[in-house]
Every structure is written in C-alpha cells, then in structure tokens.
Write a protein that binds this ligand. Structure first.
Ligand code: BTN
Length: 279
C-alpha cells in the first residue's frame, strides 16, 4: 500500500518537469534578455557541463538545469545525490569582476539568495546557513553551494556557481549519508520547481550584481540573522589541519572568525566546520 502511494506520488511529480517556458514566464522581461537558460533531462553534473563547455562564447551568464545528475558533485569530493525530477540542480557560469580571494564571500551570498527564494514558503524560522555553503532546515541539510573557478586573473574570475536544493525528494536514507530535509517536508506540500527556479534565478542574478558592487559587507547583517555557527564550539578542518575554537561570526569578507582556545582570533577563508562538545 505504502509502495503504491510512493509510486503515485513519483508519477505525479514526474509530470511536473522543468520547462523553459514556465521558468521564463516567471522572470522579468529585462532578465529574460540578460541570461541564457539550458535544461537537460540528464547530465553527469551541471557544474561539470558548464566547466567543460567553457570555450563556448557565452556573452550572457548561462544558467543550466538538469532533471537528474549521474555524477553530481558536492564539496570535498563528495557525491551529490541527484534523483530524477525531484530537486533543483542548477549551475550558473559567470565572468565576475572580483578577485579570487573574494569568492568565499560569494558562496555565502548565494546561500542568502537561496533563503530569499524560499521566503514564499514561509519557512524562515526553520532555515539557517552553515558557513561556508550549507543551507539547513531544522538543522538538517536542505541544500549546498559549490563554486568552481574556471579562470582567474587580477580583478576578474570566471566561475561556475552550483546550487543543489532538496525540493520534493522522497525518503532515500541509504543514498545519503547525512541528515537531510526537503522544502516539501517543511512546507507540507509539493513544490512547483518551475516557479521556484524562476525566483532562484532572479535572486541569484540580483545578489551577484549587488555582491560585485558592494562586496560581502553589504550582506553581513543578513548573514548574521541565519548564522548556524555563531557562538558554537567547532572543529574546523582545512587542508588536513584541524583547528578547535568558538565561532565569532564572519568578517566583512565572509571569512570565519574563530577564537582559539588560547583566546586569539583567527580568520579562515575556507574549511569545513563540525560541531563538537566543548565540555
Ligand atoms: C555541497 O557539498 O553542499 C555542495 C553541493 C552542490 C550540488 C550542486 S547540484 C548542481 C551543481 N552540480 C553539481 O555537480 N554540484 C552542484
């Protein structure tokens, strides 16, 4: 009986495939002229696709979506579970006028763009951001950001911004090795991915523009509202090194401020934080 319910549910969702027209109808006419959008039923990885096609003459930021990924990439070489027609796997290739060392701030800003896009579903109190790239709902992973750099020179870099968001994902405990959540679970109803993608693209576009103009400093107060790590005792792992301390928020570049046990405060541009019991 349960199995039949799940099959019906999957069939219903499969009918709601991503559609160029529907997504474009949710964008302003100015934005329709300012981006390119490519949709695939299957790709190894949307980030990989945009990285490998980097020689194409992309005059506009290109957004790429896939219904499923067979080799979806997460951070730290992990795999991103990407079942068909349930979630959002979105990448955007963009030539930015910023230095590479500002990119940690960009990853945080993209997390804020995702949260802004979820406003409509009234989930705000449940959402938080775990530096540098995790989107959490009720403390469980809802989505993540993966930024790949194509090319960098002083004052400019070409990047691929990848966003994975669990939208209507069904239980699949064996495939995911960490606690996860979905927009549908917390919203309580199936979510129209075409609508959500349109809002997401609009927010990514405007947040990247604002980031290029004003830097992360302009987003710092918003970040503080959702910061899952502030005040927490963590172990920060970066390049095989482990640092323990208490998180003191982020600075105006989006770097993590970590107070070590000897009282000194250091800034970290990259790494992965895990909570630990301080006592
Ligand atoms: C993370 O580890 O939290 C980052 C996950 C990023 C997944 C997205 S899905 C779209 C894009 N394509 C990929 O292969 N990865 C990113």
């Amino acid at each position: 009986m349960e199995k039949q319910k799940n099959t019906e549910h999957s069939l219903k969702q499969a009918l709601l495939l991503l559609q160029h027209e529907k997504i474009f109808s949710g964008l302003s006419s100015a934005l329709q002229e300012s981006i390119a959008l490519e949709i695939f039923s299957q790709l190894p990885s949307t980030n990989g696709y945009l990285l490998e096609n980097s020689t194409s003459d992309y005059r506009l930021p290109v957004f790429c979506l896939a219904e499923m990924q067979t080799a979806g990439k997460g951070r730290m070489g992990r795999q991103w579970h990407s079942p068909f027609a349930q979630n959002i796997y979105l990448s955007c290739r963009w030539d930015l006028t910023c230095d590479m060392n500002q990119l940690s701030g960009l990853s945080l800003v993209m997390g804020l763009a995702v949260l802004q896009s979820l406003q409509h579903y009234d989930l705000d109190k449940k959402l938080s951001l775990k530096w540098p790239n995790d989107i959490l709902a009720d403390g469980k992973k809802l989505g993540g950001i993966l930024i790949d750099v194509l090319a960098a020179a002083k004052g400019s870099c070409s990047v691929v911004i990848g966003i994975g968001l669990n939208v209507n994902m069904q239980d699949d405990e064996q495939a995911i090795d960490q606690a996860w959540n979905s927009v549908q679970t917390i919203h309580g109803a199936v979510v129209d991915r075409n609508e959500l993608v349109a809002v997401l693209i609009s927010n990514i576009f405007s947040y990247v523009k604002r980031f290029l103009q004003h830097g992360f400093a302009d987003f710092k107060t918003s970040w503080e509202k959702y910061d899952a790590l502030a005040g927490r005792a963590v172990t920060l792992t970066h390049l095989n090194k482990k640092l323990q301390g208490t998180v003191m928020g982020v600075d105006t570049l989006g770097q993590l401020r970590l107070q070590k046990n000897d009282g000194t405060v250091i800034r970290c541009a990259a790494g992965e934080a895990s909570f630990h019991n301080s006592g």
